[in-house]
Design a protein around this ligand. Sequence first.
Ligand SMILES: Nc1ncnc2c1ncn2[C@@H]1O[C@H](COP(=O)(O)OP(=O)(O)OP(=O)(O)O)[C@@H](O)[C@H]1O
Length: 648
Amino acid sequence: MNTKLSSKRFSGGYESVNTNSSKVFILFRRKKSTEIQINDGVTPITVTWENIEVKTRKKGKALLNRVSGIAKPGEMVALMGASGAGKTTLLNVLMDRNMKGLEKKGTVKVNGKAIGEKISLISGFAQQQEIFIPTLTVKEYLMIQRPAALTTTPRASVNTEEQVTDIKCTRLQAKLRMKANKATRIERVEEIMDMLGLQKCRNSKIGNPGLVKGISGGEARRLTFACELLSNPSLLFADEPTSGLDSFMAATVVQIMRDLANSGRTLIAIIHQPTADLYFQFDKIIFLSLGRTAFIGTPEESIQFFSDCGHPIPKNFNPPEWIQEKLSVQPTDEMESYQRIKDIIQVFETTKFSKTSTIELQMIPSTKLPPFSENPGFFVETGALLKRASIDVVRSPAQMRMKLIQKIVMGLFIGSLYWQQPLDWRGVRNTNSALYFLIAELTFSTMFGIMTFMEHELPLIAREYHDGLFYVISYYVSRCLSYLPLFTFDGAVMVLISYWMIGLNNTWQQVLKSILIAVLVEQSATSCGLFLACLFETTSVAIAFAVPISGLFALLSGLYGNTNNFPVYIQWMQWTSWFRYGFEGLVVNQWTKIDNPKFSNFFRNFILDQFSFKADNYHLDVIGLGSIVLFFYVAGYVALLVRIRMSR
Ligand SMILES: Nc1ncnc2c1ncn2[C@@H]1O[C@H](COP(=O)(O)OP(=O)(O)OP(=O)(O)O)[C@@H](O)[C@H]1O
């Protein structure tokens, strides 16, 4: 069937009129563009991808097959196709992300240059399921979100002669050129919130769907864009930005994208089942099917192309839905579907659309790239991240409250159980048990607690790291510092509560020395838990390792057997156990200075001897604990670094 279709642009919209009997009449009015103000320093970016082939490494399954295309400055490009067509794989190839287990051939170039994973440093990526910090408000999140972009990124200084023409831009550039102070950052965040309609929810907590009530889905989607705009990228990728939104909200998001493209940026987005109205807002549509390019061209051309292929769009049918259906494998009719898709791809490869695209690819000159975003340095990053992490800790009062309540209850319980122990051999035995119990309590809940804290945050950190926002060390130091009060104060409270109840030696020096041991033991458990959480992908695996490890350290404490009586080849292990150092530290601190005539040196030596503890070992214990803390913090950093680097 020869179906001719004429399509012409008119001011603010498209009119597509099918001229044969199965007439399609589509009238779309482009919404008036709200003027983009954050358009300083936009460097024109052309992304090209040529003969991309992706296979799985193990089975050699082809995911993409000779896929080529181009996205130019000011273009809003939609990647479309049925589920499993290869859209996400192509987007990942373009961004050089998530390629684990896959083998890639072909080239991706930005302004004619192959820059590999550095593309992250000049682009933004609005993910479908953006990960936020739920306890922060919208404004707080934006203020702290991009320390790099908001402080020293010299984006405004590039290509200004071609790009910056209006006064607004120059003004904004001037602000960016100044080392951004707080007022400048606030102004920029305010501008972006205005632009994306986030002012209404500026002080609302972001929340966590299904767990903590927060901003709506549409607001979260706009916040995603806001985060990306802070770094003012000239190239923006988006993964299904309209999915899950109502039609009004989807139109708003597409309008935002349209405005961004109008300001000279290049946008590439996976779009799932758009309404006809939204479909015609795009400049270029790329349909993928079975890992191959089935069409590249304007929305109007897609209608013409499918008509020419013998699949004219019926009256009142949503064009993208119809096309997608023709490019999907129907489970009830697989053979026919494969044949139909093969035919469409074959036709496409002989059309002017495919040829134009190939010619265009050859003609792209190598032009200047925007500067790669620079990290503002360890201290600025750590400060910004520490602020974000601290707000998160403080805004999670339930977590703080629970930790504190738990330790108060345990302090009272231990104190009541070992209430005012006398100075006889039974009392000494009970006192030592109480000291051991304090060490155990400082260990287990802490170690398992920190593991659960970390799990939710790692995807966000991996994402931000690959976006070039900060060094892993900045995040790690800030997170450790933010947890420090939470994982020291409660332990000290527990020890203090039980201290007088048990009747431990209470000169102020001994109290302080006991608290120092308690803090170091809790920090040993914290750092070990952090190390395991960084090392293993899931909390359950980390816990599976933590249980026997902590059990082993507990066995080496000296309470369950005199460590000097252990076989020589295993004795050395006691020096790796914070239980050993902690228990000795508390026992020595308790029994070396007792002001009681009944308490002879012989009795004291007898007490220490049963564990092979030495009266002058307190300082050694502090050094041992400090070394364990340091070792696990450093090991945790290395584990996190490797894991985050490998997660790209
Ligand atoms: N790492 C991988 N290992 C094996 N197969 C993969 C991998 N990544 C993707 N695939 C397969 O490649 C095909 C294309 O996947 P892709 O995620 O790109 O599709 P899509 O078009 O984005 O689909 P959807 O719209 O459902 O997200 C699918 O069949 C998928 O199962």
